[in-house]
Structure formats: C-alpha cells, structure tokens
Design a protein around this ligand. Structure first.
Ligand code: NDP
Length: 290
C-alpha cells in the first residue's frame, strides 16, 4: 500500500475546517495562528506562505510577521512576548532556522507553552515524555496519523525510529511508546543499523541521508514512514526530491510505505492547523468540537 499523505492531509485539514466552523458558530471563537519569519531564507518563505494560506482556508485567522535577519534576540523575544499576551493569537510558530546570532532554544522557551503549536517548548516535550498530552510536534503527530490510517498495528509492535532530533526523532519515540510499541531509537552511532531495522514492524526514517535505508533492511510486511526530504542534483538543475528510504526497493517488501514527496510532508502543516485548533479550545476552556 502506498500511504497517500496528500489525501490524508486534505482529510485532516477538512476535519479541522469543519470543527473551526462549529467553534465559531457555538462559541464565537476564531482560532488564530501567528507565524514569525526572521530573515529571507527562500525555503522558509515558502513554508510560511503555505502555512498562512492553509490557515485561512481552514477558517482560522493568520498573522504573519516578517523581521529582518539583522534583528537582535531581545527584539525577537519582545515580539514573542507580545504574541503571548495577544488574546487573538492561539498558536505561535517561530520559523526555524534562526540567524546564528539568536539562540533558538531561548526563543522557543519564551513562547507560552499553551500557544506552542510546534510542541518544542520543554514543558510540552516534558508532558509528552510523561504521557500527559501537551502540544505535540507536528511532523511526528502526522506520522502517527499516517500509521493509523494505513491500518498498521502499533500496540505491541517492534518499531524503530532512525534519528533522535528534538523536532522529529525524540517526540516520535515518545508517541510510539505512548501507543504501546516497543521502540528502538537509532542514530549515527548505532551499530548494525540494518539488522536493527530488519526486526522492526514499523520503521520511521528521519535521518536526512538520501535513500540510506535499503530494501533488504525492511522486514516483509513492515510499515515504513519516510520523513526524510533530500534534494538530489539533476542535469536540469531543478533537483529531485528523495526520502531517507530507497523507495522502489522498500516498496517491494513493505506492507505499506509513504512516498517522497506526497507522504509525510503534507501532514506537517495539516497537524499545525490541528494543534492550533487544540490550543484554541484548551486556552479558552471550551471542548474540542466533535
Ligand atoms: P537532524 O539532522 O536534526 O537529525 C538527524 C538524525 O539522524 C540525528 O539524530 C542523527 O544522529 C541521525 N543520523 C545521521 N546520520 C545517521 C546514520 N548514518 N545512521 C543513523 N542515524 C543517523 O534532522 P531532522 O530530524 O530535523 O530531520 C530529518 C529528516 O527529516 C531531514 O531529511 C529533514 O529534511 C526531514 N524533515 C521533514 C519534515 C517534513 O515535514 N516531512 C519535517 C522535519 C524534517 P545523531 O543524533 O547521532 O547525530
């Protein structure tokens, strides 16, 4: 089975839009997402534009703030604190990466945890590791939805997460543990990764190394979620996107697999919208609409 992330993300967005409409009609609440972009990184500009567009399509308010790369940390922290205090803002996302002169962790820690829709604040990371349900990072949340939609059995399964970043690998491990999988965490110092991978019923690849996971690393019948986005050079200069998994080889053996592009990628913004809706309801003390 090819897990169609594009279609599943569209379903999640439609579901969010439906709930936002209910929230508006029942409680007069319009959730708001503020995105702060520092500098002019072209990839970040595209992400921010897409986030704003999809936020509005879901019926939510979108606030965009573009700040020059030359600003200092104190100015950015003031902006974050203003957004913390703004009642119209339910979710705050500071687009990474930030200029080298600004500490990303200081900025993340300044965000009100109740508005931290990226789920990166230590309070939310801590809640996730305690199984207490704070706001969860969007990409791993998207992976869990893809697993569920593909019909994968997670409880009791052997899962491997390749990569241990704050953004993807670590929260992914916690989500799988909370869903009762037996989880192996692999990283650059793991010995015999191929053998560890071959034992896994669920493979989550979040490495950033093009096609590193080969077909013969996959256990027959496994479910493979490829988080990696890598651009390989092509003769026309446009480049070709590939994941961390050698797709054709792995697809021949896996039960289900996500393609790149069109797998995990589209889920990230869909889950950002879902987190914004969740944050809006929790902050304002109203139940999440059915
Ligand atoms: P990071 O670079 O932060 O982390 C990469 C992880 O992979 C590290 O834990 C590193 O180990 C591990 N690693 C590196 N080399 C190897 C190796 N040879 N064997 C095993 N593990 C290895 O990346 P991110 O987690 O931020 O992103 C991972 C990938 O996912 C990237 O391709 C990124 O573009 C993509 N991505 C996609 C998103 C989406 O929306 N689809 C969102 C976010 C990321 P160590 O800790 O030991 O250094």
């Amino acid at each position: 089975m090819i897990i169609d992330g594009k279609a599943i993300a569209a379903e999640v967005r439609a579901e969010v839009a439906r709930r936002v409409a209910t929230l508006k009609s029942r409680h007069g609440i319009t959730p708001g997402l503020a995105v702060v972009l520092v500098g002019e990184d072209p990839a970040s500009q595209i992400y921010v534009r897409n986030k704003g567009k999809q936020t509005m399509e879901a019926g939510m308010a979108s606030f965009e703030f573009k700040l020059p790369a030359s600003i200092d940390e104190a100015t950015l922290l003031t902006k974050v604190r203003d957004l913390n205090a703004d009642p119209a803002v339910d979710g705050i996302l500071v687009q990474m990466p930030l200029p080298k002169t600004i500490s990303e962790s200081t900025v993340v820690e300044a965000i009100d945890p109740a508005k931290d829709v990226d789920g990166l604040h230590p309070m939310n990371a801590g809640r996730l590791s305690l199984g207490q349900g704070g706001l969860v990072p969007c990409t791993p949340l998207g992976c869990m939805i893809l697993l569920a939609k593909s019909g994968a059995t997670v409880a009791g399964a052997d899962a491997i997460v390749i990569g241990r970043s704050k953004l993807v690998g670590k929260p992914m491990v916690q989500l799988l543990l909370n869903a009762n999988a037996t989880v192996t965490v692999a990283h650059s110092r793991t010995r015999d990764l191929a053998a560890a991978c071959r034992r896994a019923d669920v493979v989550i690849a979040a490495v950033g190394k093009p096609e590193m996971v080969r077909g013969d690393w996959i256990k027959p019948g496994a479910t493979v979620i490829d988080v990696g986005i890598n651009r390989l050079p092509t003769a026309d200069g446009k480049g070709r996107l590939v994941g961390d998994v050698a797709y054709a080889e792995a697809a021949a053996i896996a039960r289900a697999i996500t393609p790149v592009p069109g797998g995990v990628g589209p889920m990230t913004i869909a889950c950002l919208l879902q987190n914004t809706l969740t944050a809006a309801c929790r902050r304002r003390g109203v139940p999440l609409p059915d």
